[in-house]
Design a protein around this ligand. Structure first.
Ligand code: HEM
Length: 585
C-alpha cells in the first residue's frame, strides 16, 4: 500500500488537504491503527494546511483586501477571540471599526476547522445594493446559519434559498402585503391594546411600581401575531396565562437565545447527534444537556402549532373566539370585517364565506393556496410570521416609548396629534394613520436608530469584487449593518446618533424615504422585508392607541440606561426596561 503522503499528493490540491488528511487518518484508525510516522505526517499536514490557508488569506485573488484590525499571520484564530469578546456589543464594535477603517472592513476568523471564514462588514450603500440586489444570486443565506438556526427558522422563508424561497415568497407576498392581513391586524391590535393598557395599569400601580415594558410589548406582539397567524388568543398579557401557551412562549424565546449562540460553538453539531442518542435512552446527557433541551423545546413548539393547524384543517376557519381556550372573548367582535379577498389573494374557502363568526388569519389564507400546502409547510408559514413580526415590532414599540420618555416635548406634540385622529373603528384607522405625519416620523426614526435587526449576514457563493474594489472570497460571510448605517453622518447629518423625528421633515427626507440601501433596516432587494407596511402600521396603531389612552412612561428613577442585548433582534439585556408608567386619567 502506498504511504499516506504519496496518496495525498496524488489525490488532493492544497486547499482540500485537511479533509484528505483527516479522511486518511480515520481510514487508518479503522484499519488497525496508525504508526508514529503517520501520526507525525498528519500533524505536519495539518500545520501546512493551516499555514497555506492563512497565507491565502493575506493576498486577495482579485481586487484588494478591505482594511481591518491588525492580526498576526501566526495566530491560529485571527480575530476570532476578539469577535467573541466583543460579541455582547457587536453593533457598537462594528460602529467603532467603521469609524476607524471605513465602510468596508475585513475580520479574519476561524482556524481551518471553524465553520466561519472571513467576515466582511459593509456599510456603503453601493456595496449593500451590490449584495442585496445587483449580485443577489451570489449572496444567499449561508447553509451554516440555516443549520444552526434550524429549530427557530425551520424551513421557513427565512431559512431558504433558490426555488423553495421563491415559492414561499410568492405565496407569502400575496398575504402579508394584502389588505386582508392589514385590516385583520388592525382589529386585533385594537382589541389587544385594551388588554395591554389594563396589564400596564395593574402592574404599575399608577407609577408606584417599575414595569418591564420589554416583557409587556413582546407579550403584546406575541398575542397579536399568534392571533393573526393561527387565530388563537394565547393570552400572554393576561394575569393567568394558560400553562400550555406559557410554555410555548418560553420555549420559543429560549430557542431564539440558544440557537444563535451555536455560531461560536462548533461542537454543537456533535452535541446535537449525542442529544439524539440521549433522547433514545443512552446515558450521554452530561455531554449535551443544552442540545437535549433545544430538541425538547423545538418538539414542543412544533407539536403545539401542529395541533392548532390539525384542528383547523378539520374545522375550517377559526371562529372569532379562541379555538383552544373555547371561551368567548369579550369585545372580540369588531365591525367592518373584510369578507372578500384582496386582489391576487388565494380564493377563500366556503367554510368562512358569509359567516360572521369566522375570521381571517394566516392559516386560513394559506389553506387556500394552490397547490395545497402540507401540514409542515403551514407550520413553517406560521413560524415565519411570528419570527418575522413579533420581536421586531415589539422592540420597535418599546424603543419608541423609551425615547418618548426621554423627550417629553416630543411626546406631548405626538399625543396631541394622536388625540386629534379619528381612529375609533378599524375602518377609519388606515386613513387616520396615513394622515398622522408626526407619528410616522416618530416610528421611522425609532426603527432607524434602534434598528431591530442590527446586523444581517449573507454568504458568498463564489469569489466576487464589491463596487469599491474589495475582494470577497467564496464562503466569506458578508454582513451589512443597519445599526452602523443609521449612525453615518453623511446620510443622516451631524446628529445622526441622536433620536430626532424632526429630521424626517427636513431636506430630501421631507420628500421621500431614502433608498432602502441607505434606510436598510428592512433589508432591500428581492428579499426586502415582506412585513414592512404591516410593521409600520402596527407600531403606529399601538403607540397612537396608548397615547390616546393617556399612558406615559419614563425610565424608572435611578435606573441606568438600558443596554442592548446582542441577538438576532435588538432587545435589551436581562434586566429588561424598567419604566415608571402613569396614566393621565
Ligand atoms: C420593525 C419591524 C420589522 C423589521 C425592522 C424587519 C426587518 C426585516 C429584515 C432585516 C429582514 C431580512 C432578514 C433576513 O435576512 O432573513 C426581514 C425579512 C422578512 N420580514 Fe421583516 N421586519 C419587520 C417586521 C416584519 C413583520 C411585521 C412581518 C410579517 C408579518 C415581517 C415579515 C418578514 C418576512 C416574511 C421576511 C423574509 C423575506 C424574505 O426572505 O424573502 N417582518 N425583515
Amino acid at each position: 500500500m502506498p504511504s499516506v503522503a504519496v496518496r495525498l499528493k496524488k489525490q488532493v490540491a492544497p486547499r482540500g488537504l485537511l479533509q484528505a488528511v483527516l479522511t486518511q487518518a480515520v481510514e487508518q484508525v479503522q484499519s488497525g491503527g496508525i504508526t508514529t510516522k503517520q501520526k507525525a505526517l498528519i500533524v505536519l499536514g495539518l500545520a501546512v494546511t493551516w499555514f497555506l490557508r492563512r497565507l491565502s488569506q493575506m493576498k486577495p485573488r482579485r481586487g484588494k483586501h478591505a482594511p481591518g484590525p491588525p492580526f498576526s499571520i501566526f495566530s491560529p484564530l485571527g480575530h476570532a477571540l476578539l469577535v467573541l469578546e466583543k460579541y455582547p456589543d457587536l453593533p457598537d464594535y462594528y460602529l467603532e471599526l467603521t469609524k476607524k477603517y471605513g465602510r468596508t472592513i475585513r475580520l479574519v476568523v476561524g482556524a481551518p476547522l471553524s465553520p466561519l471564514d472571513n467576515i466582511l462588514i459593509i456599510t456603503h450603500p453601493d456595496s449593500v445594493k451590490h449584495i442585496l440586489k445587483d449580485n443577489f444570486d451570489n449572496y444567499p443565506k449561508g447553509e451554516d446559519l440555516i443549520d444552526y438556526m434550524h429549530e427557530v427558522f425551520g424551513r421557513s422563508i427565512f431559512a431558504s434559498n433558490g426555488d423553495w424561497w421563491y415559492h414561499q415568497r410568492k405565496t407569502a407576498s400575496m398575504i402579508f402585503t394584502g389588505n386582508n392581513m392589514m385590516n385583520e391586524m388592525v382589529k386585533i391590535m385594537i382589541n389587544n391594546n385594551e388588554a395591554l393598557v389594563a396589564g400596564l395599569k395593574a402592574s404599575s400601580n399608577n407609577g408606584a411600581k417599575p414595569v418591564d415594558i420589554q416583557r409587556f410589548f413582546l407579550s403584546f406582539t406575541m398575542d397579536s401575531f399568534c392571533e393573526i397567524g393561527f387565530g388563537i388568543k394565547i393570552g400572554s398579557l393576561a394575569a393567568e396565562m394558560p400553562p400550555k401557551w406559557k410554555k410555548f412562549v418560553e420555549c420559543w424565546d429560549e430557542l431564539q437565545v440558544r440557537c444563535p449562540h451555536r455560531a461560536f460553538h462548533p461542537e454543537w453539531k456533535l452535541q446535537k447527534q449525542l442529544a439524539k442518542l440521549t433522547r433514545k435512552g443512552l446515558p450521554l446527557g452530561f455531554l449535551c444537556r443544552s442540545e437535549v433541551e433545544v430538541a425538547e423545546m423545538e418538539e414542543y413548539v412544533n407539536k403545539t402549532i401542529d395541533e392548532v393547524i390539525q384542528v383547523r384543517l378539520k374545522t375550517g376557519a377559526a371562529t372569532k373566539y379562541s379555538v383552544m381556550a373555547g371561551e368567548p372573548q369579550p369585545g372580540q367582535r369588531t365591525a367592518g370585517s373584510p369578507r372578500s379577498p384582496g386582489r391576487g389573494s388565494p380564493s377563500r374557502r366556503n367554510s368562512s364565506k358569509g359567516d360572521e363568526n369566522k375570521r381571517l388569519d394566516a392559516v386560513e389564507l394559506f389553506m387556500n393556496v394552490e397547490p395545497p400546502m402540507t401540514l409542515l409547510e403551514l407550520r413553517e408559514v406560521v413560524k415565519g410570521l411570528i419570527l418575522g413580526g413579533r420581536d421586531t415590532t415589539g422592540v420597535s414599540i418599546m424603543w419608541t416609548f423609551y425615547e418618548l420618555g426621554c423627550n417629553p416635548e416630543i411626546e406631548s406634540k405626538l399625543r396631541e396629534e394622536c388625540r386629534a385622529l379619528c381612529m375609533d373603528s378599524p375602518a377609519e384607522f388606515h386613513d387616520a394613520v396615513k394622515k398622522a405625519k408626526y407619528l410616522d416620523a416618530v416610528i421611522r426614526e425609532t426603527i432607524r436608530l434602534h434598528s431591530p435587526v442590527p446586523i444581517d449576514a449573507k454568504k458568498a457563493a463564489n469569489d466576487d469584487v464589491l463596487p469599491d474594489g474589495t475582494f470577497v472570497g467564496k464562503g466569506w460571510v458578508v454582513t451589512y449593518a443597519p445599526y452602523v448605517m443609521a449612525r453615518d453622518e453623511e446620510y443622516w447629518g451631524p446628529d445622526a446618533e441622536k433620536w430626532r423625528p424632526e429630521r424626517w421633515f427636513e431636506g430630501s427626507l421631507a420628500v421621500k424615504e431614502p433608498s432602502p440601501f441607505v434606510y436598510s433596516m428592512f433589508q432591500a432587494g428581492p428579499r426586502i422585508c415582506l412585513g414592512k407596511d404591516l410593521a409600520l402600521l402596527e407600531a403606529k396603531a399601538c403607540v397612537a392607541l396608548m397615547l390616546r389612552a393617556g399612558v406615559s412612561m419614563t425610565l424608572w428613577p435611578g435606573e441606568k440606561e438600558p443596554r442592548y442585548k446582542m441577538g438576532m433582534i435588538l432587545a435589551v439585556d436581562d434586566g429588561g426596561m424598567p419604566m415608571k408608567v402613569s396614566f393621565d386619567h
